[in-house]
Design a protein around this ligand. Structure first.
Ligand code: DAH
Length: 342
C-alpha cells in the first residue's frame, strides 16, 4: 500500500520537476515533497515506524531510493536553470575586445569660429592672406595711423579700455591690422584679419564689451568702388549661400574716403518690410570705403601710385543674423544648452 504511494509520489514529483519553469517553481516542488514539515515524502518516512519490522526494511529502502532520485532530479534541473541564465547573460553581455574604443565625446567649433573659418577660406580662394594682430594694441595702430583725430570721442575712456601702466589699449576694432598689413607687406596687398575686439560698453541684448570682427583690405593700382562692391557681393553670397542685393549709403569713418555703410536687402522679408529690418527692407551690414590717402601715406605707401578699399564687419552680428539669435549675450555665455544647437 505504502509502496504504491511512494512510487506514485516519485513519478508525479519527477514530472513536476521536469515541467518547473523557474527556480522558484522548483523550490515549491522541493518543499512540498522533501520539506521537513510538510513534505509528502518526509511524511511517508515518518510513517515507516508504524510498519511491522520486516516490511519496514524494504519499504525504507524504497523511500530512500525515491528521496535520492528526487534530490538528484532537483539538483540537475537547478543546474540547468543556472546554465540557461549564464548563457542568456553571455548572449547579452558579451564584449568584443577587438573593437576600437569609443573614445571621448567630440565637441565642435563655436558658431563664430565656424563663420570665421568659412570667410577665411573664401578670401584665401580670392588671393587674400589671413593676418593676425595683437589684442593689446598701440594707440598709434588703433587710432593715429587710421587718421582718427586725437580729439575723436572713440578714444575716450568711456569707449576704449586703456591698459594701466602701459600705453596700450584693447583694440576697439580690427582696423589696426590694416596698418600692420601695410607695414609688413607693402603694396600690392590683399589681406583679411579676423579677431576679437573690445569696447567699454554697457552690456545689453545687442551690445557686448567683447565681440568679433573681420577686417579686409586690398591695395593695388586703380582700385575703385566697383572692386569693393564686387568683393562685398561675393563675400555676402558666400555667407548667406544666395545672391543678395546691396546698397551703399555715405558713412563716416576717418580712414576711408569716400566711406560707406553697406546694407543688404532683408533676407527675411525680401525687402517688403518686417520686424528684423524695422520695416525698412534693408539691414545694415558693414562699414567700408576707399582707403584714405593719409592712411596709405602714414604706412609708407604713395597714394598717387596706389589705391585701395577696406571693409570691416561684425562676425558676431553675422552669426546672429544667420541663426536668428536675438540676444548677443548668448554667444559668450558658455551655456552648453545654447552651444550644442550649432
Ligand atoms: N572699424 C570700423 C568699426 O569698427 C568698421 C570699418 C568701417 C572698417 C569702414 C573698415 C572700413 O575697414 O573701411 O566700426
Amino acid at each position: 500500500m505504502l509502496e504504491q504511494s511512494i512510487q506514485e509520489l516519485e513519478s508525479s514529483s519527477l514530472a513536476r520537476i521536469a515541467s518547473a519553469r523557474s527556480l522558484e517553481e522548483l523550490e515549491v516542488v522541493r518543499v512540498s515533497v522533501l520539506g521537513r514539515k510538510e513534505g509528502a515524502l518526509t511524511h511517508m518516512m515518518k510513517e515507516l515506524g508504524k510498519l511491522p519490522p520486516e516490511e519496514r526494511k524494504s519499504t525504507g529502502k524504497l523511500v530512500n531510493a525515491a528521496k535520492q532520485k528526487l534530490e538528484e532530479a532537483l539538483a540537475a534541473r537547478e543546474k540547468q536553470f543556472a546554465d540557461d541564465t549564464l548563457r542568456a547573460r553571455l548572449d547579452t553581455e558579451w564584449i568584443d575586445l577587438t573593437l576600437p574604443a569609443p573614445g571621448p565625446r567630440r565637441g565642435h567649433l563655436h558658431p563664430i569660429t565656424q563663420i570665421q573659418q568659412e570667410l577665411e577660406d573664401l578670401f584665401v580662394s580670392l588671393g587674400f592672406a589671413v593676418l593676425d594682430g595683437p589684442e593689446a594694441e598701440t594707440e598709434y595702430h588703433n587710432f593715429d595711423a587710421l587718421n582718427i583725430p586725437a580729439t575723436h570721442p572713440a578714444r575716450d575712456a568711456q569707449d576704449t579700455f586703456w591698459l594701466e601702466g602701459s600705453n596700450l589699449l584693447l583694440r576697439t576694432h580690427t582696423s589696426p591690422v590694416q596698418v600692420r598689413g601695410m607695414e609688413k607687406l607693402g603694396p600690392p596687398l590683399r589681406i583679411v584679419a579676423p579677431g576679437r575686439v573690445f569696447r567699454n560698453e554697457s552690456v545689453d541684448a545687442s551690445h557686448e564689451h567683447t565681440f568679433y570682427q573681420i577686417e579686409g583690405m586690398m591695395v593695388d593700382r586703380d582700385v575703385s568702388v566697383a572692386h569693393l562692391l564686387y568683393f562685398m557681393k561675393v563675400m555676402l553670397a558666400g555667407v548667406f549661400q544666395r545672391e543678395v542685393s546691396v546698397r551703399l549709403r555715405p558713412g563716416y569713418f576717418p580712414f576711408v574716403e569716400p566711406g560707406f555703410e553697406l546694407d543688404i536687402q532683408c533676407l527675411l522679408c525680401g525687402g517688403s518690410g518686417c520686424p528684423v529690418c524695422k520695416q525698412s527692407g534693408w539691414v545694415e551690414q558693414l562699414g567700408c570705403g576707399l582707403v584714405h590717402p593719409n592712411v596709405l601715406r602714414m604706412s609708407g605707401i604713395d597714394p598717387e601710385e596706389w589705391s585701395g578699399f577696406a571693409f570691416g564687419l561684425g562676425l558676431t552680428r553675422l552669426v546672429m543674423m544667420r541663426y536668428g539669435i536675438d540676444d548677443i549675450r548668448h554667444l559668450q555665455g558658455g551655456d552648453l544648452r545654447f552651444l550644442e544647437q550649432f
